[in-house]
Design a protein around this ligand. Structure first.
Ligand code: NAD
Length: 471
């Protein structure tokens, strides 16, 4: 079993104990992970504070070069990290799984290295020079979830480090190992204290988010925890926050859509990472004129997808990531069944080791079912019938979250017209969930505050200072 360390101030800190990280495919122990503590949070924040003046003074081009070195290092460790993600999280090696996640981590790090923020002159004449400058916000606390553990850590840490902030990251206790390795690798390149890591659950997270030595909290996770973090972040001062929270994305298939060529994209939109993706398609609205046909053809497509241990290259979907999530998914499907939905595929777990749940398609779903109203975050998709497109858009917009949404149709222009009416941060056409490192990503309504990626994402790790010189 490989050894993992809590890197604080550039070296392995003495942990408060260990906890088991469980492989969701067979319930074996992947590793005994070192455990954080309140003292270690204090040490990590103090280390990040000490490193801040030095790191923020490093010339911009040097910081960019360090990020490029880190990208190369992640790339060198691609196979190790990818296998680790599969073992701790469950996603497959094949398809858009663990290899895809590590590849994305490298790509996002490189793109972030290449971004820059320049000062903006708003006035330069004989009366005054007014320039908008940006400074690193300071010490950043990053708190991450278990669904895409490595790439979400990269999305938090790289832009922070790029602009001169220092970081303490706390990964989810379900999937801490890839983050511990990432931080260890980053510390081969960065000065001590620039990136530190602590592990633990809600108590450690809450202590970190409310810590007086932290200037900003970046959090990806559920809406419920996001609300608590907003509270914690105001306990000792008014910290900046970026919150990337849950969604419950709708997809609307326009009447008369030739569904055949879209089935593969529709499948991945719904089931990527066994549906455990914030911006996965979670409610599919189909016009009554082709409802039965779409349900039948989609179900046939889904039924042919191999599910199993992610380390076996023939599988495209792995298990649900942990027991807690599995129990939630079972509850959602049973609620739908009890309310009269037709489970046309899956819906019943085999007695086998691991937290597997079959790919499940639910027909005759209605807006009142929990699987439609709440974020179910599993390998399940409810299909709902609609009469008019306006009605479908209205129902799609009826929830209090708005991360992504999609419209599917033969004419992409017409589909885009409807997609713009969706209340969400990203509106897709004939696809769902694809991200680009230069396209800002974030939610509206309760799906979050702020965005990640590109220069807009970098700005979230800075504060503005206006330098106004009278002449
Ligand atoms: P979660 O909210 O349960 O936990 C996320 C992190 O917060 C974990 O590290 C956890 O230990 C920590 N935490 C829990 N309680 C805390 C508290 N009171 N104070 C501080 N930290 C605390 O989320 P999860 O179950 O790990 O992840 C799934 C959720 O994440 C889904 O809702 C999903 O939609 C969301 N998500 C959103 C995005 C996005 O970009 N918008 C991306 C991925 C996941």
């Amino acid at each position: 079993m490989a050894a993992y360390v809590l890197t604080i101030d550039g070296k392995a800190a003495k942990a408060a104990g260990t906890f088991d990280v469980v492989n969701p495919a067979d319930e074996s122990v992947v590793a005994r992970c070192p455990l954080g503590s309140p003292e270690l949070v204090d040490l990590a924040v103090a280390s990040a504070r000490r490193a801040l003046p030095l790191w923020s003074a490093v010339p911009d081009a040097e910081r960019a070069a360090k990020l490029m070195e880190i990208a190369a290092l992640i790339e060198q460790h691609h196979a190790e990290l990818s296998e680790l993600v599969t073992r701790e999280q469950g996603k497959t090696q094949s398809g858009p799984g663990a290899n895809f996640e590590v590849g994305g981590a490298v790509a996002w790090t490189r793109v972030t290295a290449g971004l820059s923020l320049s000062a903006e002159t708003v006035q330069d004449d004989k009366t005054a020079s007014i320039v908008i400058e940006r400074k690193p916000v300071g010490v950043v606390a990053s708190i991450t979830p278990w669904n895409w553990p490595l790439i979400i850590a990269v999305w938090h840490v790289m832009p922070a480090v790029r602009v001169g902030c220092t970081v303490v990251i706390k990964p989810s206790p379900f999937t801490p190992l890839s983050t511990l390795r990432l931080v260890e690798l980053m510390n081969q390149v960065l000065p001590p204290g620039v990136v530190n890591v602590v592990t633990g659950g809600p108590e450690v997270g809450s202590q970190l988010a409310s810590h007086p030595g932290v200037d900003k909290v970046v959090f990806t996770g559920s809406v419920a925890t996001g609300k608590k973090i907003m509270g914690s972040a105001s306990q000792s001062g008014v910290k900046r926050v970026t919150l990337e929270l849950g969604g419950n994305d709708a997809g609307v298939v326009l009447p008369g859509t030739d569904i055949g060529p879209l089935l593969e994209k529709l499948f991945w939109g719904c089931f990527i990472n066994a549906g455990q993706t914030c911006a996965a398609l979670k409610r599919l609205y189909v016009h009554e004129s082709q409802y039965d046909e779409v349900v039948r053809r989609f179900t046939e497509f889904v039924a042919a997808i191999p599910v199993g241990n992610g380390l076996d290259p023939k599988n495209l979907i792995g298990p649900v990531s942990n027991r807690m999530q599995l129990d939630k998914v079972i509850g959602y499907v049973e609620d739908a069944r009890a309310r009269g939905a037709k489970v046309v595929l899956g819906g019943k777990r085999k007695e086998e080791p691991g937290f597997f749940y079959p790919l499940t398609v639910i027909a005759d779903a209605t807006d009142e079912m929990r699987v439609v109203k709440e974020e179910q975050f599993g390998p399940v998709v409810p299909i709902l019938k609609y009469r008019t497109v306006d009605e479908a858009i209205k129902r799609a917009n009826s929830l209090d979250v708005g991360l992504g949404g999609s419209v599917w149709g033969n004419d992409p222009k017409e589909a885009a017209k409807y997609a713009r009416q969706l209340e969400c941060g990203t509106a897709w056409v004939n696809q769902h969930g694809s991200l680009h490192p230069l396209a800002p990503f974030g939610g509206v309504k309760n799906s979050g505050v702020g965005v990640e990626f590109n220069v807009d994402g970098l700005k979230e790790y800075t504060t503005i200072q206006v330098v106004n010189v009278a002449r």
